[in-house]
Write a protein that binds this ligand. Structure first.
Ligand code: ZN
Length: 470
């Protein structure tokens, strides 16, 4: 006890000092704990954002002395989603002189795989693997752009696999499946159409054909032709065309040839005004060629040159209509009329190398509109053109395709209902009209089926003219 008292006496002061110190430290830490704010990340500590994507700031939760102090949080750092990299966002809060912070790591990188787009069907039917021709594909990536040239193709009996990786190793694959079979027979097309009429005594000449097969390609030389036509004897003859592919698919097409009497034969002169025009005249020429029919084109100065050249090259008659087709210019005087005619004449000469000598007056020789510009001009012109060596043609069948006939069925009806075997049929059509283009094949087939023959107008064709009204 004695030593204890001695001890206390000796160390009283240091003990008190230590006690006060410990108490001070403790209360300091306690107050720090109480007064300091708290801050917690909302969302993840590390976030990955797609390049060119969007970074969504999720923020933090901050409290101090039980109060929400989120509004006072300062956010430092920015994320550039257009640029790959690692970004740090720092969130700071300071309350009662005490600062706390948290950080978030944001990684911007390309995590999106490329996309592969296949052209054509994803399932293709082919004859054999060797005959497959790549239908095409594209590969696009959000970061690298067009990476089509990086696509790797592997092919087996059943499929083609297209694979591609972008620069960041994101992969994409697409597959196209094969169905190997030949389910198609060859196709035969006949030049000159499936029905022909020939006047007795004229010669029959094979107009030709083409045959193609989905697996074998051009098989024209494998076509067997049978049947014959006796052009010395009236009747209906059949020519049969047959072709077979390697898988036993057989196609047979027939051509009907009518040998008709001279009296029974009607002639149709298909005449087309106001062209040429891209989109209609070219298709009309295709149809005429396929049907083996010649026609007459009364051209203007409009439309592309090559179509006029084609008309001439394919054996049609290129005739003159008008350069401008503007009545108030063409019909003001005889001189104006011939100036306009000379202009279209020069165009035709330049393109065909020939002087055209067949004409059709704008509006026909019976037009009355010219009265508005010059009294009596049609009476003068119809005489004058003959003196200058032209033959002019009006018509006796009108498709009405520049007027009321707006559909191919009305064009067809107007023409076919007016045809007659007892005269030459000069049919007025306009090759600038879609409904005429669309009706043409049916008109030709109607004519062939009903014993008409088709001819182009020549200088020797007897003129078909109207009564002059001015
Ligand atoms: Zn016209």
């Amino acid at each position: 006890m004695k030593s204890c008292k001695k001890f206390l006496k000796k160390y009283k002061l240091p003990l008190i000092i230590s006690l006060v110190f410990i108490l001070g430290i403790t209360s300091f830490f306690v107050s720090q704990k109480l007064l300091s704010p708290s801050i917690t990340l909302l969302g993840k500590k590390e976030v990955t954002v797609n390049l060119h994507g969007h970074y969504e700031e999720e923020g933090v939760k901050a409290n101090c002395l039980g109060k929400d102090v989120g509004d006072e949080v300062k956010i430092e750092g920015k994320v550039d989603t257009e640029k790959e990299g690692t970004y740090t966002i720092t969130y700071r809060i300071k309350e009662n002189g005490i600062e706390k912070k948290v950080e978030r790591k944001v990684i911007v990188k390309d995590i999106e795989p490329p996309t592969i787009t296949l052209e054509g069907d994803k399932e293709v039917t082919i004859c054999d693997l060797a005959s497959y021709q790549e239908l095409g594909y594209h590969a696009m990536d959000n970061a690298d752009g067009d990476i089509t040239d990086k696509v790797k193709i592997t092919k087996d009996e059943e499929k083609i696999v297209y694979e591609v990786s972008d620069n960041n190793g994101n992969k994409a694959t697409e597959t196209r499946y094969f169905k190997i079979e030949d389910n198609e027979a060859p196709v035969i097309t006949l030049n000159g159409g499936e029905i022909l009429s020939i006047v007795i005594g004229n010669s029959y000449k094979e107009l030709g054909y083409k045959a193609s097969d989905n697996c074998m390609g051009d098989v024209t030389n494998k076509v067997k032709v049978s049947g014959s036509v006796d052009t010395g004897k009236l009747g209906t003859y059949e020519i049969t065309y047959t072709v077979e592919d390697l898988n036993g698919h057989k196609t047979t097409t027939k051509r009907v040839v009518n040998v008709i009497s001279r009296e029974k034969a009607g002639v149709i002169y298909l005449t087309f005004d106001d062209g040429p025009k891209e989109g209609t005249t070219n298709v009309i020429l295709d149809i005429l060629k396929e049907e083996g029919v010649k026609a007459t084109f009364f051209v203007t100065n409009s439309g592309p040159d090559y179509l006029i050249k084609r008309e001439a090259d394919e054996g049609h008659t290129v005739a003159l209509h008008t350069a401008s087709h503007e009545y108030d210019k063409v019909y003001v005087s005889v001189e104006s009329y011939f100036n306009d005619l000379a202009s279209v004449q020069a165009r035709v000469k330049r393109l065909t190398g020939k002087e055209a000598n067949i004409i059709r007056f704008p509006g026909g020789s019976s037009n009355t509109i010219s009265r508005n510009y010059c009294q009596g001009i049609m009476s003068q012109l119809t005489k004058e053109v003959l003196l200058r060596g032209y033959h002019y043609f009006d018509w006796n069948v009108s498709a009405e395709d520049a007027g009321g006939a707006k559909t191919s069925s009305s064009v067809y009806k107007n023409v076919t209902s007016s045809l007659s075997k007892s005269r030459a049929n000069v049919v007025l059509l306009h090759d600038i009209k879609a409904q005429t283009r669309d009706a043409l094949r049916d008109i030709i087939q109607y004519g062939k089926m009903h014993g008409y023959t088709f001819e182009a107008i020549t200088y020797d064709t007897p003129m078909v003219t109207h009564k002059v009204n001015n």
